[in-house]
Every structure is written in structure tokens, then in C-alpha cells.
Ligand binder design. Structure first.
Ligand code: AMP
Length: 306
């Protein structure tokens, strides 16, 4: 049965509701337990998003639903992670449709705080620094972006952990934002957050276009033009499998994207996905990363090449 999730806007109310829901789930688990098997603790699944939910988000939410007793999806367009001149003001705000999608996935609570609720004293004076890894690629084009991301994720964890108490918290992040995922994993390790990060693989449209809330900005023609990103990554993967990673040359692939109609390349690189530096002989995986403007819209994509 599909029910609408409760939309919660205050931190205090979210904490109360999560505490209560985990307790109720525990009562059920205890009732189902047999004499020779102790009941497990109920768990909380948390999916942070900026809303305008699509099939990519839906995959994270489904995974959270399968693996947890209580599921919270946050919908918060975090001003700290937008730079001057970026699309904070025009970023799509579709809370009603988001609630419908979350309801279909049987989410318990949507946390949709205002900016004032999250930052009651205005811009925070103290922020998380994403360090060196936060200055590459997305961080180079969008200075301060990852400090903003990590600051808000840190706040979410600090809001949810005390409400969850002894119950485990699993937080779901998409491979779509591979650098963000790597940085969140680093923050959890560096700050001893007792939250388990679950990574969810990229979801694409049938034609290969990576789902993104920013695809809403694209015209039909631009959606076609955008396909050069995933197609070039797929070609690189074939070449990498055939030739191996040594002396692999990206210049033809860069040229292919940059010369495509309506498309302007920002970067195309290969990295070790754990460090976001060039792969070394020790790297077990190689990730191809791309960012490009299609018209005015900046899109990112990535693919495991090895
Ligand atoms: P956003 O709303 O863009 O901040 O994204 C929220 C979460 O959904 C992030 O962890 C993203 O990596 C993830 N996500 C967005 N698009 C996709 C996609 N196409 N496939 C998988 N995960 C995605």
C-alpha cells in the first residue's frame, strides 16, 4: 500500500519521530523473535537529497527501504554548496512530486527543513573542510562546494545519530557524485561518525544519459547532445579493456566531447576513485570522470573504466 510520508520541517520534530519509529520497529522485531534467536536492533536508513527526485534517487531510496526499518529522505537545497552565479535560485523545487515518489517507495519521513531551520544563526562560522581532495575536479570548478556538502552532511548525521541512539544508521549516496561519495567516506573515517555509508551505483536512462535533477534544464535537442558524455566514457572503457591503463591517452576523447555541437568540455580525467588522484600501479580501479556544459547547464558523469 502506498501512503504519503510525513513531511517534517523541524529538527526537533524529526528527532522525536525517528526515536519513536525506531522504538516501534523494535517492539515488532522483539515480538517476532524466537527463543533461540535474539532480535536484532532496528535500523535507520537515511537518503540525503536536494529534491527534484528522479529514478536515480529512487534507487537509493529503494535500497534504503530494503535494508532498514525506518527510512528518512531529506530534501534540502543547501545554499552553502552553491557558488555565486550558480543555480541556487532556479534549482527545481518540487516537494509535492517528491513526496509522491517517496510515498510510492514507502518512505517514513521526508525531512524538508528551511534554510533558517538548518542555519538559524545565518552562515555557519565553523565548517567542515574537504581538504586537498575537495580542491580537485568539481572542487576546482566550484570552490567551496565540497566544504558546503560536508558541512550539511555532518549536520544531518549529528541530528540523526542522537535520535537513533543504539540503533544503526545507514546513509545512502550515489556513485553519480563519485567525488562527493569519496569525501563523505573520508569524513566518516576522519570524524569517527558511527554511520555506515552505502554507495549505490549510477542509474541511467535507456539511452545512457545519467539521471540528474539538472536534466530538467535541457531542451530535447540538448538531451541528445548530452549523450556524448556517456558515449565517450563507454568508448574509453572499451579501449581501456583492450589496451590496458598504461600510457592511456585521453586527448582524442577530450576533443570528441569539446567539438560536439552545443557542448563545452570542463574536464575529462582518469582517477583512482579512492584518492581522486591519477591512478598508480597500486590502483585496483580506474574511474573516468567528465564534466561539461551543454548549453548553460553543467553536467557530470563517470564510469568505471577498469
Ligand atoms: P542530489 O539531489 O543531486 O544532491 O543527489 C542526492 C543523491 O542522489 C546523491 O547521493 C547522488 O549521488 C544521488 N544520485 C543522483 N543522481 C543519481 C543517479 N543518476 N544515479 C545514482 N545516484 C544518483
Amino acid at each position: 500500500m502506498t501512503t504519503s510520508p510525513h513531511i517534517v520541517t523541524s529538527v526537533d520534530e524529526l528527532q522525536k519521530k525517528v526515536r519513536k519509529a525506531l522504538k516501534q520497529a523494535q517492539v515488532q522485531l522483539n515480538a517476532q523473535a524466537t527463543d533461540d534467536a535474539r532480535p536484532r536492533h532496528s535500523t535507520l536508513g537515511f537518503v540525503p537529497t536536494m529534491g527534484a527526485l528522479h529514478d536515480g534517487h529512487a534507487q537509493l531510496i529503494r535500497r534504503a527501504r530494503e535494508q532498514n526499518d525506518v527510512v528518512v529522505v531529506s530534501v534540502f537545497i543547501n545554499p552553502l554548496q552553491f557558488g555565486p552565479g550558480e543555480d541556487f535560485d532556479r534549482y527545481p523545487r518540487t516537494l509535492e512530486a517528491d513526496a509522491a515518489l517517496a510515498g510510492e517507495a514507502d518512505v517514513d519521513f521526508i525531512f524538508a527543513p528551511t534554510v533558517e531551520e538548518m542555519y538559524p544563526d545565518g552562515e555557519p562560522a565553523v565548517r567542515v573542510s574537504a581538504g586537498e581532495m575537495g580542491t580537485f575536479f568539481e572542487g576546482a570548478t566550484r570552490p567551496g562546494h565540497f566544504d558546503g556538502v560536508l558541512t550539511v552532511v555532518n549536520k544531518f548525521f549529528n541530528i540523526l545519530k542522537p535520535a537513533a541512539g543504539r540503533h544503526l544508521v545507514n546513509a545512502y549516496f550515489g556513485q553519480k557524485d563519485a567525488q562527493q561519495l569519496a569525501l563523505v567516506q573520508r569524513m566518516v573515517a576522519d570524524f569517527n561518525h558511527s554511520v555506515t555509508i552505502k554507495s549505490v551505483s549510477m542509474v541511467r536512462e535507456d539511452n545512457g544519459l545519467a539521471y540528474s535533477s539538472r536534466n530538467q534544464y535541457l531542451s530535447d535537442e540538448q538531451r541528445e547532445q548530452a549523450l556524448v558524455l556517456s558515449r565517450t566514457l563507454a568508448l574509453l572503457r572499451e579501449q581501456m579493456i583492450a589496451k590496458g591503463p598504461e600510457n592511456f591517452d585521453l586527448s582524442a576523447a577530450r576533443e570528441r566531447i569539446d567539438s560536439a555541437e552545443g557542448v563545452r568540455l570542463d574536464y575529462l580525467e582518469m582517477v583512482d576513485p579512492t584518492t581522486f588522484k591519477a591512478p598508480t600501479a597500486d590502483s585496483t580501479r580506474v574511474l573516468g570522470l567528465v564534466a561539461a556544459y551543454v548549453g548553460e547547464t553543467r553536467l557530470i558523469d563517470n564510469m568505471e573504466l577498469l
